[in-house]
Design a protein around this ligand. Sequence first.
Ligand SMILES: Nc1ncnc2c1ncn2[C@@H]1O[C@H](COP(=O)(O)OP(=O)(O)OP(=O)(O)O)[C@@H](O)[C@H]1O
Ligand SMILES: [Mg+2]
Length: 210
Amino acid sequence: MSGFFISIEGTDGSGKSTQIRLLEKYFKEKGFYVVCTREPGGNPISEKIREIIIDKENVGMTAVTEALLYAAARAQHVSNDILPVLNDGGIVISDRFLDSSLVYQGYARGLGIKTVKDINRYAVDGLEPDMTFFLRLKPQDGIKRKQAQQELDRMESEDEKFHAMVYSGYMQLVRRNKGRIHVIDALKSVEEIHSEITGAIERLFKEKGI
Ligand SMILES: Nc1ncnc2c1ncn2[C@@H]1O[C@H](COP(=O)(O)OP(=O)(O)OP(=O)(O)O)[C@@H](O)[C@H]1O
Ligand SMILES: [Mg+2]
């Protein structure tokens, strides 16, 4: 098989990491070569860029700087971590991908979807996930989960209005990418969500003869 690229999207605390752990186990048990990674990050260079992005001291960062940093981290991530696995016929599960930039920097920061797509053109070099799962959780529910968990970083500490913009940005993106983005109600139980995700993957794999 040629590789298969899955991205998991959603607001903070929507359950992305939880579902990725389960999905990794699911694929491993089926004998697939699977690699889980995250954005921004995935390798030492991108992880360093991540530190700059989320550092709470960097309050003065402009939206353009932020978008360029995400794109830089993504460029390294794509060439270093994602493409080699796909070229080896593996499955990549990425915690966030380009959609996050379109929503956070394009929509919520107000740079515009087109500008952020342009900024990322060199970073992704035409790569798009085969499937994306958007874990839909109202921002207030997500922040509640996160607050119970740990101290919030620079992005997570944004105000309610920002998180509401992120949510509506995702909903817009979903409308424009109906074939690729699968919406999952993140208030369902961990197990229910997992079986919705694997059900959709199984249907597509069957269709594609994987
Ligand atoms: N379906 C669910 N129902 C209830 N709680 C959940 C569910 N999925 C995850 N959680 C809990 O919500 C919290 C956030 O989950 P998780 O870390 O998986 O989310 P995330 O989207 O990866 O968050 P982050 O934005 O920090 O990356 C955790 O405490 C987790 O145990
Ligand atoms: Mg997470």
